[in-house]
Design a protein around this ligand. Sequence first.
Ligand code: ATP
Ligand code: NCN
Length: 203
Amino acid sequence: MKRVGLYFGTFNPIHVGHLIIANHMADYTELDEVWLIVTPQNPFKEKSSLLPDYQRLDLVRRAIEDNLKVRVSDVEFKLPKPSYTINTLAYLKEAHPSTKFSLIMGEDNLRSLHKWKNSEQILHDHTVYVYPRVLTIQEKEDLKPYRTNQLLANHPNIKKVDAPVMKLSASFIRNSIKAGHDVRYLLTEPVYKYVTEMNFYKK
Ligand SMILES: Nc1ncnc2c1ncn2[C@@H]1O[C@H](COP(=O)(O)OP(=O)(O)OP(=O)(O)O)[C@@H](O)[C@H]1O
Ligand SMILES: O=C(O)c1ccc[n+]([C@@H]2O[C@H](COP(=O)([O-])O)[C@@H](O)[C@H]2O)c1
């Protein structure tokens, strides 16, 4: 059975922080592949600087190039919105019956996992690979209850992975481009070239 870790994100744009995690999970854990699931624009959320779905997907394709262990998926583009992870998992399981799907998320997202639709079922049926994040003092405070929460702290399906930590976000990159800073080392070369050519995030 193939083991695939799903890494969900807006990827607006995909940056080296995302790629380091995806590659680490594919290379250092028992996962065979990592699929980057590009999340469509949430119809309930206004985001003026959000590139259209197909352009963010294109950037992810350019970023992973020919990496056989890190793939991209547009599965959520065709599914009902908003994209509940439980629905995406159900669709993927049906489409790929001989694949075992796991989730990949940062420890910051553990804070809100209990609010996800059918979160207990997700945790019961899937391994969740959790990587460390650089947390602000407030985020550390917010996480405290979950560190001591039995469901999450000692859950057999939560696997902590000591992946490299990089304090970088897509919003920092967008703001940097807008302000005219040099972001070439924060993106892969093909992504940097394309973002520059297309004048993305300049306004
Ligand atoms: N530097 C990073 N290292 C590890 N994980 C990251 C990093 N940046 C973002 N992530 C995580 O990767 C997932 C996908 O990232 P996404 O593009 O949605 O967020 P982002 O880069 O923080 O973007 P934005 O700043 O626009 O919110 C999210 O779960 C996010 O928490
Ligand atoms: O399924 C849910 O109820 C659910 C609720 C919130 C977030 N998620 C997933 O988590 C990803 C990150 O969410 P967010 O809100 O941190 O951008 C998002 O792309 C979804 O795949 C899923």
